[in-house]
Structure formats: structure tokens, C-alpha cells
Design a protein around this ligand. Sequence first.
Ligand code: ADP
Ligand code: MG
Length: 691
Amino acid sequence: MSKVPELFGSLSFNETVMRDRLPKDVFKALKQTMEEGTPLAPGVANVVASVMKDWAIERGATHFTHWFQPMTGVTAEKHDSFLSPQGDGSVIMEFSGKELTKGEPDASSFPSGGLRATFEARGYTAWDPTSYAFIKDHTLCIPTAFCSYTGEILDKKTPLLRSMDAISREACRVLKLFGKDVKRVTTTVGAEQEYFLIRKEDYAKRLDLILSGRTLFGAHSPKGQEMEDHYFGSIRPRVKAFMEELDEELWKLGIPAKTEHNEVAPCQHEMAPVFSTTNIATDHNQLAMELMKEVAERHGFVCLLNEKPFEGINGSGKHNNWSISTDTGENLLDPGKTPISNAQFLLFLTAVIKAVDEYQDLLRISVASAGNDHRLGANEAPPAIVSMYVGDDLEDVIECIISGKDWNKERKTAVAIGASVLPPIPLDQSDRNRTSPFAFTGNKFEFRMPGSSFNIACTNIMLNTAVAEALSQFADELETATNLEEAMTTLIRRELEAHRRIIFNGNGYSKEWEEEAARRGLQNLRSTPEALAHYTDEKNVRLFTKHGVYTVEEMRSREEIGLEEYSKTLHIEAETMLRMIGRQILPACVAFSGKTAQSVSAKAALGVDAPAEKALVSKVAEKTGELFAAAETLEEKEKAVPEAALDSACYYRQEVLPVMEQARAVADELEVMVGKENWPFPVYEDILFYV
Ligand code: ADP
Ligand code: MG
């Protein structure tokens, strides 16, 4: 692969292509739109569209689509061809500025959470010129936002862009206090993506994987991940071939995939790109997930993005590495080398600490799903409690600021904001606390709670807006201060003291932490319904409406969609279990015990006692009875699901899920009793340890 530079971005209508191909004035106008959000004149849009079409056709495209991110979490597209019949039997290839900037997909079957009455099914998509168009499957894809005709937003991209505006606005106000005239501040994100690769033939034999993306049955493999021989281990040649092709496909689209390695669990891997602006990183992560599935298929694999495909081994997450930087390239979460840059860093750090503490519920909500519930707190992923890790050095600094105690013991100096230089914050990443949900890693924060299948937009909407609010309060206070340094010192000390409870540097997986967190008054929202119930708490509505990110209706619709999705997921899983029990597991167990019983009688006829077989028959019969009973209970429970979204989700959590777990436990016991050749689908050892 010697031609990576040529390959990189070859299917992306990026700035280089724009500069090369667009007339100068058109390029300038478009660039202004990209940077400052000024509307694009129709004449300009027409030129851009035509140039884009020619570029795409040269690269084999025949169709175009508005590519958007409805509230389902996956991406949506509706393809139209460039074809335009001429009435004389011939066609030309056409693409207008109007087609580029606005689309009208029939939106009636996307979830709207009650926002759009079915008689007003129409929605429209609008081009997001800040994210480059690209070619996928011979189709020119145009990244767009998706709204209803009455103006409510129906996607994940629009609120993300709004939250980016909010944090930019407030951060610029704060920077002004430091004498910096910055036009735009952006949040940057690098999303590490974990996934499992399993063989297609195993997948095809398991209804649970096909319908729910995770195994609903399966006794733990005698060997799991305890030997820790898979993490960063050498990569199987088949998997290596997959990773190489994935990298190539990602690079073509201009996605800077940087690292590919094995993860902790057998068959688990990770891909991490170089970070970029949040909305681009979001688009890229959505595309990466799509491509992983596609490329896996070509290599005889299936890529599992579910948060917990297998019990007993790690699930998959997505680490959201997040920072804030100015349009002049300054990373605001990088502690500087001078007192003044330290002061600025401390102020931004304090804003993040305050935001995470005050809106811990929103961060938890942003990662809530049926799949992720199995992962959070499962001794491998952060618990459902949100806390922050800042490292020992920084914690020392914070303690000294709060207490006014000497920070440098030899020199007997207190931390004077704006006057002293912080100790160098180690950029070395080796001793980071892996058990923390929200860890400071030298010049960025790493939020580790998002699930592997998530669209990261939601997490970043919450994070950006919460930090925007903290910065806004800081700016309000400091803008009117007569002595800025003093005011800043007072503010930082006060806020750190008020929010220090969110900082925890110890082992986040331990039982003691759960108790300690409760003493500190931190929330522990264990399940999705418990978390989502807080979405529209008054303080959250105030936050989002103040910053123009969501209206209260838009928030209610998102809460409802989340709850419905939770109930639907559990419904599908419960029904799948019932099918598998009824059609596969019970018949297998009945047949096995029947066969064994016959063998007992045959042996008895010869005067041979067969105590082992007899015992086995009784045991299997007994467990089969238990499984049958559990299935009946599950069926009964499924008939009594309440109507309202929150009631239904709570019911699934409290009434249905425990019965599913009970049924699974019995089935898993049976699996190791009835003999491998009698078991109706591949077992964990087969799936996880292929060659
Ligand atoms: P690890 O697995 O040790 O957490 P990786 O190198 O796999 O580390 O991932 C770190 C991620 O953080 C990468 O995607 C990287 O681009 C991203 N990153 C680095 N600096 C920033 C930053 N300033 N803002 C956002 N993301 C960043
Ligand atoms: Mg990481």
C-alpha cells in the first residue's frame, strides 16, 4: 500500500477538490458558508452541485442521496439517479443546487416521538456544508440535517451543530477575558470503536445473533479472557486482511483511521481514527460502523456492534475522546507553561468539572440503551455512576486551591491563579485509570461510557451544552469583575469546592466506590428507564432551551423514543428466546433424555445397571421442566405489558428481564449436559476461538 496519500480522501469532496475545481469566487463563498454558517446563494449552490456531479460521475457514481441521521441512531439514505430524460429518448446527467441543498424524503416511518403527526408525514433534509460529501456504493452522499416541516428537528445532527454553536459562543466570551479575540471555538472528538468479528457460518446458525445482535443463550466458555493473551496479541491473518481492507475503505473516504488492534476479549478488536471536529467525527464514526459491517461480509465475517454480544467476557464500548480548541489551533484543555495559560486552563477545567457534576444525569442518559445496560457496571466497563478522574498531580492542585494550603511543599507556595505555574501534567498515558468513566488524559477527556453501537452525537450534545452553560455562568460573573484575577480565584475555588465530589481517582469497579458515591450524593442510574426518566427534569429543560439546542417538545420526543426503543429491544429479545426455546432447545433436550432413557431400558433388559445415564435423564428432565416453566412465565409476562412508554420500559426492566435471565441460566445448564452434537446451535467456544 505505497499509495496511501493518493488514496486518502479520493472519494471525498474535500477542500482540496473544492479549491481545484470550483471557480475562485464560488469557492470563497462556500468556504465562508462552511466556516461562518452564512447561507449559500442559489447561484452558488448550482455551480457547486454541477461541479460535484461531474467529480462524482468521474468516480463511477450514478446516484446521489441525502445522507442523514434520524433518531434511530443509524444513518438513512434514499437514492436518486442523476438521470434526466430528454424527451427524445436520450438522457443527460443532472444535479441542481436545489437538489444539493434540500431533499424531501418520505419521513413517515422514522421515529419522531410524537413530534410529527402522521398526516404531516413530510420532513426535509438540508445540506450540512461543514461535512464533506463522499462517494459510497456508486452514490454521491450528501451529509444533511433532517427536520419536520413545522421546524422540529428529527435527527441527531442538528442539535449537535447547535450545541457546538453554544459552546463556541460561551468559550469565546471567556477567552475575551484573557484578551483573546477568537472567532470560533470547536470541540474535537476521537472516537475509539470496539467491535467483535465472528464467522458468518456461526452467526447464520443463531437466531439470537441474527435478530437481536447478541447471544441470549450460551454457557461461559471454559477459557474466556482471563489469560489476557488476546489484548494487543498478534492478529489472525484473516482478521488482518479485514483490517487492511477496512483501513483502505476508510482512507478513501478521508477518515483518518490510525490504529487497529486486538482488544481484551477473544474476537474483539478496536479501530481508532485521528480526532477531528465533533460533527465530522460523528459522521465518520457512523460511516466507520457501516463499513465495518460491509467489509466483514466480504471476508466471511459478521461484525457485531452490540454492547454485550457474549456473557462472561467484555462487551464493546466507544471511547469519546473530547477536547475544546480555538480556530487558531490552541487546545484549551492543555495546561500551559505560563501562569496565565495555567489560569485559563484551570478555568476551562473547572467548567468541565462543574458541567459533569451538574449534568451527570444527562451524560448517563446519553449512553442509555438496553444493550449498554448489560455492560455498564459489569466489571469491565465503567459503572453507571458518572465520576471524573484527573490524576494525582491535578488532584493535588485542586485540593490546594480549595484549601489554600501550600502546593509546593519545598518552596512553600500556594497555587495562586494567574501567578504560579502548574506542575507538568504527565502526558504519559500508561498509568491512566481505566476504571473511570470520564478521565483526563493529559490534554483531553475520555468518556468511556458510550456503547459500541451508539451514535456519538447525543453524548457530545450533552457535553457541549453542559460545558457551554458553565462557561456562560463564568463569563457573566467575570465580565463585570473589577479585579479579574481576584474574581477568577474566588470563582475557581468556589466551583471546585462545590463540585469536587465528582472527582474520584480510585477503582471505579469496586463495591466500596458504589457506597462512597452514594454518600457523596452522586446519582447511580442503573438502568435505561431509570436514567431516561430524568431527561426532562426542570434543570435539563432549562439548560437546553436556554442554549437553543432543544425545545421541550424535542426533548420529550427523544425521551419517548429512547423508552420505546428500550421496550422494543427487550420485546424482540424475549420473543426470540421463546422461539429458540420452543423450536430448538426443548426439542433437543427432550430428544436427548428420550434417547438416553431408551438406552437405560435396553441396558436394564440385559441386566446391566446404568446409574450415570439414569441420573442424567432425571437431571435433564428436571431442568427441561424448569426451562419449560420459565418460558411459560415469560410468555405470560409478555401479554401484560402496559401502554405508556415509561411504564412499559419499567415493566420490561422489572418483570420481563429477570425471567429472561432465569430462562437463560437453566438453558445454559442444559447446554453442557446434553452433548455437543445434540445442541442446536454453535456454542461459545466454537464462536470465540475460531482459527
Ligand atoms: P487509548 O486507546 O490509549 O485511549 P488511542 O490512541 O487508541 O488511545 O485513542 C486516543 C484517541 O484520542 C485518538 O482517537 C486520538 O486522535 C484522540 N485525541 C487525541 N487528542 C485529542 C484531542 N485534542 N481532542 C479529541 N481527541 C483527541
Ligand atoms: Mg481509550
